[in-house]
Each structure stands twice: as C-alpha cells, then as structure tokens.
Design a protein around this ligand. Structure first.
Ligand code: SF4
Length: 63
C-alpha cells in the first residue's frame, strides 16, 4: 500500500498525525502535512486507513 498527500488541500488539522504518527508529520513552519514514508508496511495499514477516513480535507489517498 502506498499513501499520497495533497498539501494544497491540507488544512493542518493534525488528525492524520494522531492516527498514524509513524507515517505522517506536520511541518513546523506551516502546520501542513508531511509524509514520513510513502510505502506503508502492513502493520501500519490500519492506522493509515483511519487517517484517510479522519482527514477533514480529503487530502489523503491510497493506491
Ligand atoms: S488530517 Fe488531513 S487536513 Fe489534517 S493535517 Fe492530515 S492531511 Fe492535513
């Protein structure tokens, strides 16, 4: 599984970081999402799916 982020859509809510801190981070400067890794290992997949569901901006996607 791979995850992508759209920083143009991100509003900096931080939900993704709470759901999957191993995969998502927030930029110290603007609060927008940063991807720590694009390839999601199986053990982190549930957290990433939760992050996608919880993102209020539709800024996260899986492929
Ligand atoms: S949950 Fe969505 S809007 Fe919030 S920081 Fe993450 S990508 Fe941005």
């Amino acid at each position: 599984m791979r995850v992508r982020v759209d920083r143009e859509r991100c509003c900096g809510s931080g939900n993704c970081v709470l759901a999957a801190p191993e995969v998502f981070d927030q930029d110290d400067a603007d609060g927008l999402v940063l991807l720590r890794r694009a390839e999601v290992p199986p053990e982190l997949a549930d957290g990433v799916r939760r992050a996608v569901d919880l993102c209020p901006a539709g800024a996260l996607g899986l492929r």
